[in-house]
Design a protein around this ligand. Sequence first.
Ligand SMILES: Cc1cc2nc3c(=O)[nH]c(=O)nc-3n(C[C@H](O)[C@H](O)[C@H](O)COP(=O)(O)OP(=O)(O)OC[C@H]3O[C@@H](n4cnc5c(N)ncnc54)[C@H](O)[C@@H]3O)c2cc1C
Length: 392
Amino acid sequence: MVVGASLAGLRAAERLRKEGFRGELIVMGSEEHLPYDRPPLSKELLKGEREAGDIALRGGAEVDAEWLLGETAAGLDLSARVIRTESGRALSFDGLVIATGSAPRRLPNLDPELPGIFELRTLEHSLELRTHLRRSPHLLVVGCGFIGVEVASTARALGAEVTVVSLDPPLAIAGELISGVCAAMLADHGVNLHIGRTVAEVLGDDRFEGVVLDNGTRIEADLALVAVGAAPVTGWLEGSGLELNNGVLCDSSCAAIGVENVVAAGDVARWPNPVFDSAPMRIEHWTNAVEQGSAAALTLLNGSGPDTVYAPVPSFWSDHFGTRLQSVGLPALADETTVVDGSLEERRFVAACRRDGRLVGAITYGMPRGLLKYRLALARGEPSAPEASLAS
Ligand SMILES: Cc1cc2nc3c(=O)[nH]c(=O)nc-3n(C[C@H](O)[C@H](O)[C@H](O)COP(=O)(O)OP(=O)(O)OC[C@H]3O[C@@H](n4cnc5c(N)ncnc54)[C@H](O)[C@@H]3O)c2cc1C
């Protein structure tokens, strides 16, 4: 049984079959669709350059599984090895892949039920926001992480006026250096920035009309996108006995701690990655969902052990304002980020990210090939790869 019919769930199902699993395979998902790709939801699909039919994930229709779409898991009984669904079904399983991903965090005063307030996770969210953006509105983006910045960029390209309100600076997770570059890009593209601020009051009774910030600034707007991060979807696992703490806690092979034949993968999983230290991590990256889905399937078949340890070098990309940001490793861990190639002024550079002098990641705008050496150094566990030879 795979719960979560998206990227990690699909790649797990594929790997199970590829490894010769011949038993019954059910993939259950809340959404009505076969798995589709989420990155275009803030980029090409939102802009109108791609349509829903263009973003189906490769392999979704081919994998030999029973797809239970539009079905939501509501509870897990580990002793009976049964999943209860919201529609009242009880489905038994021998092995379970948990791949329920993450869902947008909400803010108490910005309720997406109010017309004009949006969040962005699903195909429907993106299509609805797109319809509204085509009317050249004033869009308020609350939050300035990757999705906030990407939507600001897409909305500007569509001719919308865009205001961003955020407590943290843009792309804060990528470190100060990248944050500064991104803030300059937003300003150059005419985005109004209110950094260090939050929404104190929402204007409008029947529909969103704007906000008042915590410093008293009043901003009238037609739409708001709340993009303040995501939380792992583990509500349906409460009370099951699984260790839940910012995700499903797993061992280094992605097996859920303390139970047999249950693994987790993708945005919902938290596991100790031997490439870094022993602190479990949760990664909300597309590439991780692909690789961890596949790795978790192998663990389900072969068990936890040295052959099934999942030790990836995380990687990520984001497209905004016509440039591509890419990273390897975990720049968020760094206490020092240094440009090692290219130029900050041209916004085309590679930066190495270190913590206590140890390489933890690298990040680039526009020079993707410059990341390769860092990826290899991280994979090899080289603690302080020398700049001179790395940045040639
Ligand atoms: C707008 C957007 C843009 C992105 N852009 C990038 C990018 O540029 N680069 C990048 O690296 N990453 C990007 N990501 C992140 C990437 O898409 C995710 O990391 C990836 O989708 C995670 O896959 P997943 O299968 O773990 O979870 P998800 O894709 O979240 O899928 C989980 C699935 O489980 C289903 N589900 C949840 N609860 C239940 C339940 N109880 N029962 C049944 N089904 C359930 C959900 O409906 C969902 O379909 C982006 C994400 C978004 C939303």
